[in-house]
Design a protein around this ligand. Structure first.
Ligand code: PXG
Length: 446
């Protein structure tokens, strides 16, 4: 036992099977966070740690915001829970309407989930059920993209394209994949890379192979996050949009990372100027304070379910979660949307994005850096593999960062940065300097 473990016993450390974590390494060298405020965490040993990923892309408005805490507390003491099925409570309707105002025009019917993974499942099920309602039940195949991440449930990993998330779990849903858009000729691009719009035409090949009559939907992240921040090549999303339209394939944008300010806009759809048919959100919606996801659906898709719903007392969509639209999550989300609006945090995120772009590309030329990408208030680095240990370097760099007082995300062969919208230029300066130092230390075997 030591300070770093926050006084936790061996039994307590052992009992918790941590998600997406190297459990054995963590439990030898625990990284325990005990409190947070603004852009900083406090670690168990009392160090201030800058939050370089806004939690897990969740806390753009900064941590422990009073308005959110008070809204949750007030809600908890008024109505802790109301049955989500067949009953409602005021805040869930108010929130749906507010979200619909932020979504691209026409995507104004909102279904609530508790996570990004559930948002993915919900969107895929709505897509299949929609074609079923439209008398085309054979339209079931789902198209995803290599390096895509749509959460961890079976639908999500079927359309997802990160192989380590799939290989252990047996057979997937009927799906196929586009190639990813990470082209070597676009390395070190600032913002959206120039080459690669033609990759969208792979969808035409998949249509030829499977027949559009069998395809329900294409799901992609407009900007892939988990795979290391992969902005779409210029013209690529526009081309996919057109092909989907021409072939009656629903286009789903998974905006779990990109919605509510990360792109300096309400959605990636708005930022990139391409409107999907269904748009999934989660992370930033409650500023990370309470789990919640939301799926925005084109009104005429919703209307199809209503028109073909049978007797009026009958369910139009047999789908939902016990905690869909939970009162505490709604309270947190309403307060979060209020803060984002009042403090003009989309604009702040957008201004900071330019500064991030300038700072992050200063790392070019350091050893181990194979690529630098940025778009919105997000940046990704590809890190050279260590001999026979492809994932070692990002891990070592991230650990050095943690010990220097900076939390950044490492995953696969990449490092990711997604600072809070309220971060200052000095914070970015600090994180980039520490990153340069850490990279040099790891390159020099220190
Ligand atoms: N879709 C997308 C696009 C995501 O980024 C999910 C779905 C799943 O959300 P839930 O709430 O079920 O975890 C995600 C989650 C990273 C990182 O390092 C990204 C996620 C989660 C954790 C880390 O980029 N994305």
């Amino acid at each position: 036992m030591n300070d770093r473990s926050a006084g936790l016993s061996e039994a307590q450390l052992s009992a918790y099977w941590m998600p997406y974590t190297g459990n054995r390494q963590f439990k030898r060298d625990p990284r325990i966070i005990t409190s947070a405020s603004g852009c900083y965490y406090l670690s168990a040993e009392g160090r201030q740690i800058f939050d370089g990923l806004s939690g897990l892309w969740t806390c753009g408005a900064g941590h422990n915001r009073r308005e959110i805490i008070e809204s949750i507390a007030q809600q908890a003491s008024t109505l802790d829970y109301a049955p989500a099925f067949q009953f409602g409570h005021p805040k869930v309707f108010a929130l749906a309407e507010q979200i619909s105002q932020l979504m691209p025009e026409g995507l104004n019917r909102i279904f609530f989930t508790n996570s990004g993974s559930e948002a993915a499942e919900t969107s895929l099920k709505i897509a299949r059920a929609y074609w079923h309602k439209r008398g085309q039940p054979e339209k079931t195949k789902l198209i995803g993209r290599s390096k895509g991440y749509h959460g961890v449930n079976f639908g999500g990993i079927s359309v997802g394209g990160i192989s380590t998330n799939r290989t252990m779990f047996g057979s997937a849903l009927d799906s196929d994949h586009l190639n990813h858009t990470l082209l070597s000729e676009n390395r070190f691009s600032r913002g959206q890379p120039l080459k690669g719009d033609y990759l969208a035409d792979e969808l035409l090949e998949l249509i030829q192979l499977h027949d559009a009559a069998n395809i329900a939907a294409l799901i992609i992240e407009p900007m892939a996050g988990s795979a290391g921040v992969l902005p779409p090549p210029r013209g690529y999303l526009e081309r996919l949009r057109k092909i989907c339209e021409q072939h009656d394939i629903l286009l789903i944008f998974d905006e779990v990372i990109t919605a509510f300010g990360r792109m300096g806009k309400a959605t990636g759809a708005e930022y990139f100027g391409v409107t999907p048919d269904i748009l999934n959100t989660a992370k930033q919606l409650t500023n990370g304070a309470v789990p919640m996801g939301a799926v925005a659906v084109r009104q005429d898709i919703y209307d199809t379910f209503m028109e073909k719903g049978g007797p009026k007392y009958q369910l139009e969509l047999p789908h939902g979660y016990t905690y869909s639209g939970h009162p505490l999550a709604c309270a947190a989300a309403l307060a979060t949307l209020g803060i984002l609006h009042r403090e003009k945090l989309f604009e702040r995120s957008s201004e900071l994005a330019l500064i991030l772009e300038n700072y992050i590309h200063q790392l070019k030329g350091l050893p181990l850096i194979e690529d630098i990408r940025n778009c919105g208030l997000a940046a990704g680095l590809t890190i050279q593999a260590a001999p026979s240990e492809p994932l070692l370097h990002p891990y070592l760099i991230a650990m050095k960062m943690w010990h220097k007082g900076f939390y950044i995300r490492y995953s696969g062969d990449t490092l990711q940065l997604g600072v809070p919208f309220i971060a200052r230029e000095e914070d970015l300066d600090g994180v980039i300097n520490a990153l340069a130092e850490s990279i040099l230390e790891v390159a020099n075997g220190q």
